[in-house]
Design a binder for this molecule. Structure first.
Ligand code: ZN
Length: 185
């Protein structure tokens, strides 16, 4: 009796490669995400495929003034990344590595995806360019804040994120303290 065999992950990767070649990026993304990862080389290939498919399907979306959605291109949520340059940097490095043009295994459109990621990084890593971009797409980030407590009088204070870990003067007891973030959740 014939046993029905599941198609191997290698074959599924070949299907993804074809989808990338035909520029079916969002289909490719949906298809690649649940593919089993029995070994590191398959896992590495899938990470690359998903990065290309995600980046290039994000490129197809347009924001006001016909501008690209740079946060989506970097696979970030705008609310998370608008205040967090380190997050933008980490994500850029991760994607640049996945889309490395000198890598032994290359998938269709990886160079194009890398160019888009570099363009997004160019804008979002520079505060002047980023602020202009926010204005052009009509996005106004709310000032992120955090809560801290004076360790001497235990008064609670809310500050803008830029003051995190800074030495501050307690507004109630007048002593200085380091503004560490209170985990309130
Ligand atoms: Zn105090």
């Amino acid at each position: 009796m014939d046993t029905l065999k599941e198609p191997g992950s290698e074959n599924l990767i070949a299907v993804c490669t074809t989808m990338l070649a035909y520029r079916r990026f969002s289909t490719c993304c949906d298809f690649a995400t649940p593919i089993p990862r029995p070994d590191p080389s398959i896992s590495a290939s899938l990470d690359k495929i998903i990065a290309i498919a995600n980046v290039l399907s994000a490129v197809e979306r347009r924001l006001p003034n016909n501008l690209p959605d740079y946060y989506s291109i970097l696979m970030l949520r705008r609310e998370d990344a608008a205040h967090d340059r380190d997050l933008v940097t980490r994500q850029f490095k991760k994607l640049a590595l996945l889309l490395d043009p000198t890598a032994a295994t290359k998938f269709p459109s990886s160079d194009e995806a890398l160019t888009c990621v570099q363009e997004a990084w160019h804008v979002l890593s520079d505060s002047k360019r980023r602020d202009l971009y926010h204005a052009q797409i009509g996005y106004q980030p709310t000032n992120a804040t955090f809560w801290t407590a004076c360790p001497y009088c235990w008064n609670l204070f809310e500050y803008e994120t830029k003051y995190e870990d800074c030495t501050l003067l307690c507004q109630s007891c007048g002593k200085t303290f380091t503004a560490w973030r209170l985990q309130l959740r």
